[in-house]
Design a protein around this ligand. Sequence first.
Ligand SMILES: [Zn+2]
Length: 54
Amino acid sequence: MAAKIPIAQARMFNNVFVCRDCNRRVRTQPTRVIAKKVRCPGCGGSTFRPVRRK
Ligand SMILES: [Zn+2]
């Protein structure tokens, strides 16, 4: 079993969101996503979901 590395996990998942339309990852502040100030660089959409961690 690989050991969990909290710092690496935080870097990979904190403040990262996925575009609902094209699944592109965007790193930004959650407050900016809620305020819809974030545009997807791929499709220009503004609907995002948090990254799922497994
Ligand atoms: Zn997109």
